[in-house]
Design a protein around this ligand. Structure first.
Ligand code: SF4
Length: 286
């Protein structure tokens, strides 16, 4: 059997916003005996369990946090009503909203002030997209793709912002479709740099391999999107959460494997996959 080639994507692993949120979470657990996190901090079970051992408790929302306690807002951000409730109930907020996400929230609010019909290109069920709408005073509409324009009452003046982890191609399709309906169109390309670099680098690697392994939580929107992008680039693509899910039959007839990972996947999870692939190929760690 020829030597298995493994190509890792340099940009894989924690993004800036996730690193920052983790740092703030760790500092918060050092300072407070108990910290409530408004939803799982990241889509990675092991990391969340580690924080729970340090005294972090995952809750669904601000109403589950006792008055006067400490609560952490995730990198996804939260709506203004969360800040209001915290103020009213003396909750100490630790705000880990990623600055790139804040930029989207501000852009949406600004467009509403300027009387545009605001469309948020994003995942309807995703907390980041929902918080963007909340910062726009509820006056923005989440749209998942250009097909959804049909049946939507589209105004003459439209502004588009994007959830930070969207694909550029999806934004381009939406913009092209909107041009058929509107007189004036404003676009804030708020896809974050970490996302676009990771997507481009993953496509570059995917186009050189027979099998692409995408590591990250099944509920992670950015990881699922990466898997979709890699699949479209050609190779067989498998989305896994941990190295234990790798199957030796995936390597049959495979000469080159690519590895990439979502923004909330720790480097050691990526390394574990690489090691396991080498073991399966019958090679020593290298
Ligand atoms: S993916 Fe981008 S916007 Fe989201 S947390 Fe990471 S750096 Fe921030």
């Amino acid at each position: 059997m020829s030597r298995l080639r493994i190509i890792g994507v340099d940009e894989a692993g924690f993004c800036f916003g996730v690193k920052r949120a983790l740092q703030l979470a760790r500092e918060a657990t050092d300072r407070h005996p108990e910290v409530a996190c408004l939803g799982p901090l990241i889509h990675n079970r092991q990391v969340v369990e580690g924080l729970e051992r340090r005294g972090m408790r995952v809750v669904e929302g601000i109403s589950d946090v006792p008055s006067g306690a400490a609560a952490l807002i995730r990198a996804h951000g939260a709506g203004p009503q969360v800040y209001e409730q915290a103020r009213e109930r003396g909750i100490k907020l630790i705000d880990a909203t990623c600055p790139f996400v804040r930029r989207v929230q501000q852009a949406a609010a600004r467009f509403v002030d300027e009387k545009y019909q605001v469309l948020v290109l994003g995942d309807r069920d995703h907390p980041e997209a929902q918080a963007i709408v909340a910062h726009a005073g509820g006056l923005a509409t989440i749209i998942e793709n250009a097909d959804e324009l049909e049946g939507l009452d589209i105004h003459d003046r439209v502004a588009v912002v994007c959830q930070s982890t969207q694909r550029l191609a999806t934004l381009q399709e939406l913009v092209a479709a909107l041009l058929r309906y509107v007189r004036e169109l404003r676009i804030a390309n708020t896809i974050c740099d970490a996302t676009s670099k990771r997507q481009h680098a993953s496509v570059r690697v995917a186009s050189q391999v027979d099998l692409m392994i995408v590591i990250g939580g099944y509920h992670s929107a950015n990881t699922s999107r990466l898997a979709q992008i890699c699949r479209e680039a050609g190779p067989r693509t498998e989305h896994i959460e941990t190295a234990d899910e790798l199957r030796s039959e995936w390597l049959e007839g495979v000469e080159a494997v690519g590895i990439t990972a979502g923004a909330s996947t720790p480097t050691d999870a990526v390394e574990a996959v690489r090691e396991r692939l080498l073991e399966m190929a019958g090679e020593e760690s290298r």
